[in-house]
Design a protein around this ligand. Structure first.
Ligand SMILES: [Fe+2]
Length: 243
């Protein structure tokens, strides 16, 4: 079964997908390796777009298992993302099309690259000084690869919330500059809230597992963050949760 057919089949049903993947893990692993080596594995070890999707799929489908460990998943997905050949023709085409469509429209652009039951991959494009303010990703993991440009990323954990669920305290847990080839991660419990601000024209490849669906979109929140640290503490910030 070729890789396209395998991914296509997975869309048909979760039970069917689980049955097949449990029964044939060796075949899945072999297909992934074969795909990576299909004449397009570079000397530097980089992998093509199809091999990247196959490898992410293998890891993302583990979310259905009791042994699913988000931290391990984001580590593995980061390593896979870091090997993605950003010169792959499929990607280059998407980068160019999104740039042609989005430049000058004064907003961040989102372009779907791949959508499956267990994950999705989106191209996020910023022009210089555009940003996405503080927001969360309910019950999701995220792996964000900088393909071109430079972004500043602040991540936060939910530290405390009042009974009204509106007033919260956020703890800033990381602050990083990402340039080409750098990766930033979040899990449902750690670093789940972030703000992303571009220093220059930037394109990111964002991998979400599980993917957004109606419920996760409805459960998502924005946060209006008071930039003055809470009670003089540098890493705690008062914020208001908004839909
Ligand atoms: Fe985000």
């Amino acid at each position: 079964m070729d890789d396209y057919d395998r991914r296509h089949f997975i869309k048909t049903s979760i039970p069917g997908f689980l049955g097949i993947s449990m029964a044939l893990p060796a075949i899945t692993a072999f297909a992934t390796r074969a795909n990576a080596y299909q004449g397009r594995l570079k000397e530097d070890g980089s992998i093509n777009w199809d091999a990247f999707l196959s490898a992410i799929e293998v890891e993302a489908k583990k979310q259905h298992l009791d042994s699913w460990n988000e931290l391990e998943y984001v580590k593995k997905a980061s390593a896979i993302a870091a090997r993605l050949d950003l010169r792959d023709p499929s990607l280059v085409k998407a980068f160019k099309e999104t740039k042609a469509k989005g430049v000058g429209n004064k907003r961040v652009d989102f372009s779907g690259l791949e959508k499956q039951i267990d994950y999705h991959v989106t191209l996020v494009q910023f022009e210089k000084n555009e940003q996405i303010m503080h927001h969360d990703h309910p019950e999701m993991t995220g792996v964000l690869l900088c393909a071109t440009g430079e972004v500043e990323v602040w991540n936060y954990d939910l530290f405390a919330e009042k009974a009204n669920k509106r007033d919260v305290l956020l703890k800033q847990t990381s602050h990083a500059m990402l340039s080409k080839g750098n990766v930033s991660t979040l899990t449902s419990k750690e670093r789940n809230i972030h703000r992303v601000a571009a220093k220059e024209f930037t394109q990111l490849v964002d991998i979400f597992a599980p993917p957004y669906d109606k419920k996760r979109i409805a459960d998502s929140n924005w946060y209006e963050v008071d930039s003055d640290g809470y009670k003089g503490k540098g890493d705690l910030f008062e914020a208001v949760r908004k839909k």
